[in-house]
Design a protein. Structure first.
Length: 504
């Protein structure tokens, strides 16, 4: 009897595997989750639009779906649903695997689902205004990463409310990310005119007349801001594209385009991002020893007002491994806002919640960034591993998580932003204290001399604000006791001593 049951069970499994067909079971999964990118004119390297396309790469599809490499969606399911979740369920992955094991039968053609109607070109629909870089920028085949900014005149006759920006990279293989901002001061045009090659190195001034408008990174999908939210884009503002190029091994020319989507509805309130740790970790002492498998930095910020969150994102480079953000409510309940257990530098996404998330005053936001600088990390660009510090190059590191939120009705936006600015300053001071505390007494002067000479890039015997590393800038003014906007060696030593004494 036992043998009969085993035979029946085996037969049932065999029949179930044979019954999985492309038209009835696999095509719906592929069409809904893969074809949007794997079709002509989109980012997928090959098309997945019919049985022949899919069966030709069936084993590959089974492998990358089982490893959850594809579809690209690295956030684990948390406390809230994300809009546009592309992750496959365990059942869908099993279906593909069984289909491949059964030699990929096509099935009854009459059961093939209708192909979804995909948007061609601009994913958010036809933009209200399309602009692009005024001239192509040449990216060499190899060498260091390139950071270059480009000014694009908009010629707006009046202020506009901006609902979304859709970025379309021209040379997809070399464009890693782009940050958007506007400039009404003419600074970007002046810097552009000074350069012989297209673009300029970076914007030097910030503040009045210059505003941030978000950005795009490889793998990111465009989204419109939620209802009642918009950026203000002043009349006569220029659009500034701060590009990060990563050479691909062959020369490329890039002339990327941008689609702007406007609304006539003024926003009822402003919104901001709470980034932990701030400045992508620049103030947090990112210094990862060679071989370190789990170097972690944590940060936290307690909300001073009631807020409503609508999106969350993460950023790191090749060594990034695990990134997470949680919220602990005043009643002790913990919410998982974002958890990426296996970071992929090539796919960076802003995750939009399906609905606004209410977080009351007193909620503690906590972030954790873990890097893997060991030889067992297949993404480690250095073989053998080497010490890695914070920096803008892809082979450097950075890391943070950002929660986008607006003040709840009746709350003051300025209360949130002023407390967060204080948090940024305190983070820089705390890191500076820790650095100072690690300097031994017997070689303080030698270490300070070496640091001073290394930082004084123009050799004038002083550290100017534009020469100071990011972690030092938060306390620069306090260290500049003679108010000449520079630090001489005496001021640097005195500041270090003060930090050491306060840290004891």
């Amino acid at each position: 009897m036992k043998k009969i049951l085993i035979v029946l069970a085996f037969t049932a499994l065999h029949i179930a595997a044979k019954e999985v067909t492309f038209t009835e079971h696999v095509a719906p999964i592929i069409f809904q989750n893969c074809t949007s990118c794997h079709r002509p004119g989109e980012s997928g390297p090959f098309k997945l639009m019919d049985y022949n396309d899919v069966s030709k790469r069936g084993k590959l599809i089974a492998r990358v779906t089982e490893d959850r490499v594809m579809p690209p969606w690295h956030a684990q399911k948390g406390s809230f649903k994300f809009h546009g979740d592309r992750s496959l369920s365990d059942a869908q992955i099993t279906t593909i695997s069984k289909w491949v094991e059964a030699d990929m039968p096509e099935g009854d053609p009459s059961k093939l689902p209708t192909m979804p109607r995909f948007v061609t070109g601009w994913q958010l629909g036809k933009p209200d205004l399309v602009v692009k870089m005024t001239e192509p920028f040449p990216v060499p085949a190899d060498g260091r990463d390139i950071y270059r900014s480009f000014v694009v005149p908009l010629d707006l006759p009046k202020d506009k409310w901006l609902k979304a920006i859709e970025f379309r990279p021209d040379a997809r293989t070399v464009v890693h990310h782009c940050l958007f901002s506007y400039d009404t001061t003419g600074e970007a045009r002046r810097l552009d005119k000074r350069e012989r090659s297209p673009g300029f190195r970076r914007m030097r001034r910030q503040g009045s007349g210059i505003g941030q408008l978000g950005g795009w990174a490889a793998g990111g999908q465009p989204n419109k801001l939620p209802e009642d939210l918009a950026w203000r884009l002043p009349r006569n503002a220029d659009l500034v594209l701060a590009m990060h190029y990563h050479p691909s091994g062959k020369p490329e020319k890039d002339q990327s385009s941008v689609g702007l989507y406007f609304t006539d509805q003024p926003p009822k309130t402003a919104f901001t991002g709470v980034q932990l740790p701030p400045v992508f970790g620049a103030l947090s002492g990112v210094d990862i020893p060679a071989g370190e498998k789990a170097f972690a930095i944590r940060d936290s910020f307690t909300l001073p007002i009631n807020v409503e969150a609508f999106a969350v994102s993460a950023h790191a480079h090749y060594l990034g491994k695990k990134l997470s953000m949680s919220a602990t409510l005043p009643n002790g309940k913990q919410l998982n806002l974002l958890n990426i257990p296996d970071w992929d530098f090539s796919w960076q996404e802003q995750y939009h919640f399906e609905e606004f998330i209410s977080l009351p005053k007193g909620t503690k936001l906590e972030s954790t960034v873990v890097w893997d600088n060991s030889s067992s990390n297949p993404n480690n660009p250095s073989v053998p591993p080497k010490r890695v510090r914070w920096g803008p190059e892809s082979e450097d590191e950075m890391g943070s998580l950002t929660l986008l939120c607006r003040p709840a009705e009746g709350e003051k936006f300025s209360t949130l932003t002023s407390l967060y600015r204080k948090h940024i300053s305190e983070t820089g001071v705390r890191t500076a204290r820790q650095r100072a505390g690690r300097i031994r007494e017997d070689n303080l002067d030698d270490r300070l001399n070496a640091f001073f000479k290394r930082t004084d890039r123009n050799g004038n015997g002083k550290i100017e604000i534009n020469e100071a590393p990011s972690w030092m800038k938060a306390s620069f003014d306090r260290s500049d006791t003679n108010r000449d906007k520079t630090l001489d060696f005496g001021e640097l030593k005195a500041a270090t001593e003060r930090l050491r004494n306060r840290n004891r």
